[in-house]
Design a protein around this ligand. Structure first.
Ligand code: GTP
Ligand code: MG
Length: 203
């Protein structure tokens, strides 16, 4: 089944795990550091700049924001982690919400873990990937902000990052730019195929 990402609507917000929607549909979670571009990716996938709030200031998303995509799946835009400048109580609150999200037993069909291609690989990302491997949470790695590099630089950078994170499964890695709309079709197709696999036609 093909998900039509252009049919995305704001669904609601949750400040606590108890107000999150029932797991009545597959849920895709956007995770990654604050300011990495999670909300921008949501908008780019849906081709609608007005959907999720994007900001120059890290820490814009402080709640879990749910989007209904084509009445088939939810996408949850999580608060980013590692936002150093927030007051400690707020920081603790949204770090807790993001943590709980993964540890509460909520059924997550797929996590899109975003990594900024321009930055040095971080321990936080490494921990997150190790955690998802351990917990068997299915994930794609989405390298974002790829518009900042030439093709040659981008390929070099991608292979360095793959080595650092010891990524074996290259089929589940994507290079995108929300700003320039690069790599989005591949990512949309891969999400659809992962969540709603076509029955095998081999006989
Ligand atoms: P939090 O809500 O704080 O966790 O941030 P976020 O991960 O949702 O990031 P957001 O989408 O708000 O984007 C943060 C900044 O990155 C904004 O200034 C965006 O314009 C910029 N940005 C996002 N995607 C891209 C991209 O593909 N290319 C470039 N060059 N900038 C981008
Ligand atoms: Mg955000």
């Amino acid at each position: 089944m093909i998900i039509n990402f252009r049919k995305t609507n704001f669904w609601g917000v949750a400040a606590e795990l108890t107000s999150c929607p029932e797991s009545d549909r597959p849920e895709v979670v956007l995770s990654g550091k604050s300011n990495v571009g999670k909300s921008s990716l949501m908008n780019a996938l849906a081709d609608n700049r007005k959907l999720a709030r994007v900001s120059q200031t890290p820490g814009k998303t402080r709640l879990v924001v749910y989007f209904d995509v084509d009445s088939l799946i939810y996408i949850a835009d999580l608060p980013g982690y590692g936002y150093a400048k927030a007051p400690k109580d707020i920081k603790d609150k949204f770090a807790k919400l993001a943590d709980q999200y993964f540890t509460s037993g909520r059924k997550i069909a797929l996590t899109l873990h975003l990594i900024d291609i321009r930055h040095e690989p971080s321990k936080e990302d490494q921990h997150m990937l190790a955690y998802m491997n351990e917990q068997q949470i299915p994930y794609f790695i989405v390298f974002v902000k790829c518009d900042k590099f030439s093709t040659a630089q981008l390929n070099k950078r991608l292979s360095e990052q793959m080595d650092y994170f010891d990524i074996q499964d290259k089929a589940h890695c994507f290079a995108v730019s929300s700003e320039r709309k690069m790599g989005l079709d591949d990512l949309r197709d891969a999400i659809s195929a992962f969540i709603f696999p076509e029955p095998s036609t081999a006989n």
